[in-house]
Every structure is written in structure tokens, then in C-alpha cells.
Design a protein around this ligand. Sequence first.
Ligand code: AMP
Ligand code: MG
Length: 299
Amino acid sequence: MIKEKYLDRLIVKPGKTLSLTDFNTGWAQSEALREAGKNAVKQRAAELLEENRAALAEAQELLWADKRYSILVILQGMDTAGKDGTIKHVMSGVNPQGCQVMSFGIPTKYELDHTFLWRFWKHMPRRGEIGIFNRSYYEDVLVPKVHPVILEGQHLPPGYGSDAFWEARYEDIRAFERHHHQNGTIILKFFLNISKKEQKERLLSRLKTEKKHWKFSLSDLTERQYWNHYQAAYEEAMFQTSHGDAPWHVIPADYKWVARTLVADIIVRAISRLDLRYPETSVERMKEIEKARIQLESE
Ligand code: AMP
Ligand code: MG
């Protein structure tokens, strides 16, 4: 596992404003890592990811048997930040029965007829399950924050777009997360932090590789022009909603292997902190099992 003190630096500290410029997007997060060299760090990261994948598969089975907790992983990031790839690589060893991935796009007309949290409620993971939100209700304090005109088509009561309106949304999110946390959901939030330069490379690669054309959307270029607005909206959202029960992690994501290794490690660590156990067999049940065994053997 990665050292706790190193992971601690990725957490958005509750109650403190933050600037994303203070967070490194690259692979060399410390002097020690830089000295070790990129190849050595990459090699170690691959080993760690493998170890954590196996640990996650095991932990998930125990989570399922224990049936008291669920895990919600929220992945956010700019276009091309690597949300899909992270899900694929981190979750590849987990039993699909105990895991659910939900991707959220632009809300439909029907979804807009409800409050902004409605469509997320019904996809919260069940007890024993790991749920992954590929984008989430955080989009509702990002996209319309950057483009307030969007709110005009959303049938909202008067006052939308004001400071009080955004404050209320952050408050709703905090309350929503508190409710789920108090009822056994462990919420882990990840912002995959890429640099603007790296996004350009990834978008270009989508344009230059035929097999990747399908991933490209013209709106990716439009939104890129609002890069600084999005950074500011993310900073505010994370400041408003990072708390002990549902912390935000700013994950350096210019190198996919860095992001995947860190996310896997943080999830495994969070599950291993729970007092999970296989249900105990009662004396009564033990007698039943013994009887069934004897009956079957004497057939
Ligand atoms: P993708 O993740 O590439 O499938 O794109 C989904 C798109 O839906 C992204 O551009 C998101 O920003 C957008 N989206 C998701 N939720 C919302 C929301 N609540 N309001 C506006 N746009 C959203
Ligand atoms: Mg996209």
C-alpha cells in the first residue's frame, strides 16, 4: 500500500479553500519519487495496482457477505481525464454481481421535471455493493455554474443562478451525502486532475486515431475554452463539499498509471478500515447444518 502521509496530501482539507494550481498533475509527487526515476516508479505503480486489484476483489466479497456497508465511488474530471479507463482498470477483478457502474450525461427532459438529486437517489449502491458514479450530481454545480444560461430551460423557481441558489445546492449535496454516510455508505470522491496541455494531447489523439473518433465530441473543444471557469467551479465545489465523511481526493492524472494506482489504493484502504466480517453461524444454525450434512451423506 502507498504511505498514508503521501495519500493525505491528495485530500481536500475540510473548511479550507483550495487552488488547483497547488496540486501537481504529473508523476513525481515528491523528491523521493523524482530521485527514484520515472521507470522505477511506473514499475512499482504497476505492481501496486495489481496487488490492490486482488485485494479489492477479496474485500468486495467480504463487503457483500457483511451486508452492512456500501461504497460509493464518485469520479469527476474534465473531458479526457481518464474516468472510463480508471473504472476499467481498477474494477477489472471485481465480481460484477457486487458492483454497479452508472454513467451520467446531460439530464433528460423527464429528469429535469424532478429536483437535481432525484436521478442519483435510485442508483445509490445497495448494502454490500460497490457503486461507481462516472460523473454525478457534482455536474449540477459545474456545468450550469459555468454556463448559467442552461438553468433557464430547467423550470426552476425564481432565484436560480444567485449565490444563495448555489449555496443551497452545496448544502443539499452535503445533506444527501451525510444521510447516506450515516446509513452505512462510504463515499469516496475523486477529481482526476489533468493539465490543460495533457488534455490537448488526448483530444488530438482522439482526432488522429480512427478507432478513437467515436470518443470525440465537438463540445469537448467548446468546453475546453472555459477551462479556467471549470477549474474555479471545481475548486468551489470541492471546498464546499469535502468533509471527513465524504472527502475529495485530487488525483494527479496526466499519467494514467499514476491515477489508477492511487484510486485503487484509496478504495482498498477505505474498505479495509471497516470492521467487515462474515456472518457468524449461530448454535441453532450449526445444528441445522450438521443435520443436513448427515442426511445428505446417508443418501
Ligand atoms: P460523457 O461523459 O463524455 O458521456 O459526456 C457527458 C456530458 O454530459 C458531459 O459533457 C457532461 O458535462 C454532461 N452533463 C452531465 N451531467 C450534467 C448536468 N447535470 N448538466 C449539464 N450537463 C451535464
Ligand atoms: Mg465526452
